[in-house]
Design a protein around this ligand. Structure first.
Ligand code: NAP
Length: 255
């Protein structure tokens, strides 16, 4: 019964049009939370909002745009203005080239989305949380933020930022009841690989071929658990991988 006593009333999910964000929307909606769903693909978000058994507000904007993000999330309509949980989930990886051959516009997009966009969303909702004495920031990091892999240097860097930023905010928010959690998944089968390989479906499918990856619902369960823990409990960092994923060790140049 504890989770019911700690159920948030209003949950804001960035990047709710697909994958982990969409799965979070389904999970929190099934428990009766009101939802604010954001992303760039309006049709997707509206179809999801129609389907969910709860009250939803759809907001379409590009999280890389500081002005739009602050405007949309700072001035929420009555009934949605008191955000209890921000699932700071919108994010992406682009490309898998090793750094000398990497694409600088890919790097910039990852930095602008995974770091800047996340900070803009936090900036918009955190002051209200502090004022109300109630709130939880849940950030989507990645195992890539801790364990590097070839071709992931910029993506991994953005996720290392997410991890350290979450811990830093815990330091800054001591003395308030605001909670901060970094959720750090391994391989989750979503649109992530399709986006990374810019629509190349066979390359994306190959990422998940031959083993059982996590799915969005697996991660949503963990996010829901962290969000509904008793108010005095803060889950700092949660690392979650498929059983079929592990570590490959160091590389050596033996020429
Ligand atoms: P996904 O299926 O591709 O979903 C990504 C979501 O982010 C979409 O809803 C997308 O919405 C939104 N988004 C991307 N760029 C945006 C922008 N500029 N403005 C607004 N929204 C934007 O990927 P996912 O796997 O669910 O990823 C969710 C989070 O989990 C990301 O932060 C990712 O880095 C992290 N993660 C994923 C994995 C994995 O293996 N899948 C592992 C570790 C961490 P629109 O396209 O509609 O804007």
């Amino acid at each position: 019964m504890t989770w019911k006593q700690n159920l948030p009333r209003t949950v804001l999910i960035t990047g709710a049009s697909a994958g982990i964000g969409e799965a979070c929307a389904r999970k929190f909606a099934a428990a009766g939370c009101k939802l604010i769903l954001t992303g760039r693909r309006r049709e997707r978000l509206e179809a999801l909002a129609q389907e969910l058994p709860t009250s939803c507000l759809v907001l379409c904007f590009d999280i890389r745009n500081e002005e739009d993000t602050l405007r949309e999330l700072s001035d929420l309509p009555a009934g949605f203005a008191e955000v209890d949980v921000l699932v700071n989930n919108a994010g992406l990886a682009l490309g898998l080239d090793r750094i000398p051959a990497g694409n600088p516009s890919h790097w910039q997009q990852m930095i602008d989305t995974n770091i800047s966009g996340m900070i803009y969303a936090t900036r918009a909702v955190l002051p209200g949380m502090v004022q109300r004495g109630r709130g939880h920031l849940i950030q989507l990091g990645s195992v890539a933020g801790t364990y590097p892999y070839p071709g992931g240097a910029v993506y991994a860097g953005t996720k290392a930022f997410v991890h350290q930023h979450a811990l830093g905010m815990r330091s800054d928010l001591i003395g308030t009841p605001i909670r901060v959690t970094s959720i750090e998944p391994g391989a989750v089968e979503t649109e992530f690989a399709l986006v990374r390989f810019e629509g190349d479906k066979s390359r994306a499918d190959a990422v998940y071929h031959g083993f059982r990856p996590l799915n969005g619902a697996d991660i949503a369960e963990s996010i829901f658990w962290a969000a509904t823990a008793p108010a005095h409990v803060n889950i700092n960092v949660l690392e979650i991988m498929p059983v079929a994923q592990a570590f490959g060790g160091f590389a050596f140049d033996r020429r």
